[in-house]
Design a protein around this ligand. Structure first.
Ligand SMILES: NC(=O)c1ccc[n+]([C@@H]2O[C@H](COP(=O)([O-])OP(=O)(O)OC[C@H]3O[C@@H](n4cnc5c(N)ncnc54)[C@H](OP(=O)(O)O)[C@@H]3O)[C@@H](O)[C@H]2O)c1
Length: 327
């Protein structure tokens, strides 16, 4: 797989990373550990060198799985994890106090079975802790050799600038996909100016953009998507128009919808590295195929026409999660 460099930092990773969250958290029951390890190792065998986890995924369980899966190839991969929630539990609110960041780093190093965290993201901005203090704490961890790079997630431009002035930010990880394009307004121009890489999460629209989900799909009762307005049955029914129209372009290109969604993101900027996730080996192979497709200008124009024509229904987060983003 081709490589990309995140921003000015020189952090080289595979053009597509692998999002490990769904193996332990978010979309219903966790995948059995040995199966999860197989999927992560298959991603590595397929050329992925960039793996995404967080203290909050489980909590804790996902870092354990990632650590075990990647231990045999530790020096050949980049592992990104995240701090920033009270006790690692998002529903308990944010906590980016310096002592908490340090404790998360030490615990993550153990769970990941590693001596250094390649990329340490603040999961959500904590309004109770000045961002300079957060960036300063990560800077200290970098000087101590426990962390290599600093990242942020769903931060707004003012906090990105303030943090970057204290400790250069290597990557911002925020939602970006064919059905969530808000970062194009302010975020992407700011990242380009500052030389910060961009890691789109939920690049497949949490599965919706692949065409595998319809208004009839019933999610497990623990599935996060039950809380997302955009996944309400009515919204899914309306948003199907986007998937159908993209599907026609995919058919013409002899690609799948998931591959179109990933190739479109890769075509936006050379410093964008999407991190799709799946629990299934055959879908992993399908998604990795998206990295080798280059969309021609006329394909991108056809996709743009579809995006302009379809009005997406439903917020991307319920209120309690929306209040944590873009601040
Ligand atoms: N920073 C943050 O706040 C944040 C938030 C969310 C996610 N993330 C990161 O981003 C990563 C990816 O995001 P995500 O998992 O939310 O969404 P995603 O990658 O857009 O979609 C994952 C979903 O799509 C399904 N899927 C994957 N490939 C498919 C295919 N080819 N055909 C049909 N269905 C397919 C998966 O189901 P199956 O498992 O059944 O295939 C899963 O339900 C996560 O793993 C996590 O590391 C970060």
């Amino acid at each position: 797989m081709k490589k990309r460099v995140l921003g000015k930092s020189g952090l080289e990773v595979s053009a597509l990373g692998f999002g490990c969250m769904g193996l332990s958290f978010g979309f219903g029951p966790a995948t059995e550990k040995s199966e999860a390890i197989k999927v992560i190792r298959a991603a590595y065998d397929g050329g992925v060198t960039f793996f995404d986890t967080a203290e909050a995924y489980g909590p804790f369980a996902n870092e354990e799985v990632v650590g075990e899966a990647l231990a045999p190839v530790r020096d050949k991969v980049i592992i990104a994890t995240k701090f920033g929630f009270e006790n690692g539990v998002p529903s308990q609110g944010t906590n980016s106090k310096p002592e908490r960041i340090r404790a998360v780093a030490d615990a993550a190093l153990k769970r990941l079975k590693t001596e250094v965290i390649d990329l340490f993201y603040q999961h959500r901005v904590d309004p109770k802790v000045p961002i300079e203090e957060v960036a300063g704490t990560v800077k200290d961890l970098i000087q101590e050799g426990k962390v290599k790079h600093f990242g942020m997630s769903e931060a707004g431009v003012a906090n990105i600038r303030r943090a970057h002035a204290v400790q250069p930010v290597t990557a911002l990880q925020s939602e970006y996909s064919l059905w969530w394009r808000e970062p194009e307004k302010e975020i992407l121009p700011t990242l380009e100016e500052l030389g910060i890489g961009f890691v789109p999460f939920s690049p497949l629209g949490k599965g919706f953009l692949t065409g595998a989900i319809s208004d009839k799909t019933e999610f497990d009762k623990t599935d996060f998507r039950n809380t997302v307005p955009r996944f309400a049955a009515d919204a899914r029914k309306a948003n199907q128009a986007l998937v159908d129209a993209l599907g026609k372009i995919a058919d013409r290109k002899k690609m799948t919808k998931a591959q179109i969604a990933l190739a479109w993101l890769l075509a936006q900027k050379p410093w964008i590295v999407p991190i799709p996730g799946t629990t299934k080996l055959h879908r992993l192979q399908e998604n990795l195929g998206g990295a080798s497709v280059e969309l021609a200008p006329e394909d991108l124009a056809a996709i743009q026409d579809v995006l302009s024509a379809v009005q997406i229904q439903g917020d991307r987060y319920a209120a309690q999660h929306q209040s944590l983003v873009n601040r």
